[in-house]
Design a protein around this ligand. Structure first.
Ligand code: ZN
Length: 133
């Protein structure tokens, strides 16, 4: 398993981590198989979406705040229920195929770390599983 840290800078943020995962793939030596990306946090998540227009992640975060408002009538005493709910909506893992030593992503796709209760230092875990011949 490989692991790296993501430093976030605001309460809600989507950070493109595709390059870090590609570096981890190169370190692994896996040419064909699957890449598992896992975020071991309850108020952060991982998702795949458009990287070309920076307004896309901004729109996602803006609309998420409308669906899951920060000041809802939550019971959780820590005061970060909105972040927990957003993390569950997005999920803590993604699977990306690996072919020819590269991640198989669409031309506009990136893998985003999603911070919902920052700023913090976060971890991302990655495992590459090679095809069995
Ligand atoms: Zn909490």
């Amino acid at each position: 398993m490989d692991q790296f840290t993501v430093k976030t800078h605001s309460r809600s943020e989507m950070i493109d981590i595709t390059e870090e995962i590609m570096f981890a793939l190169k370190r692994s030596g896996v040419k064909n198989g699957a890449c598992y990306v896992f975020v071991p946090h309850t108020t952060a998540a991982v998702t795949i979406n458009e990287n070309a227009d920076p307004d896309v992640p901004k729109d996602i975060l803006t609309e998420l705040d409308k669906i899951v408002p920060l000041d809802g009538a939550y019971r959780h005493i820590e005061g970060n229920s909105a972040a927990h709910i957003k993390a569950s909506l997005f999920g803590s893992s993604e699977v990306v195929l690996v072919e020819g030593g590269s991640l198989v992503l669409g031309p506009w796709q990136s893998i985003f770390f999603c911070e919902f209760d920052g700023p913090r230092a976060r971890s991302v875990m990655v495992r590459f599983v090679p095809d069995v011949l």
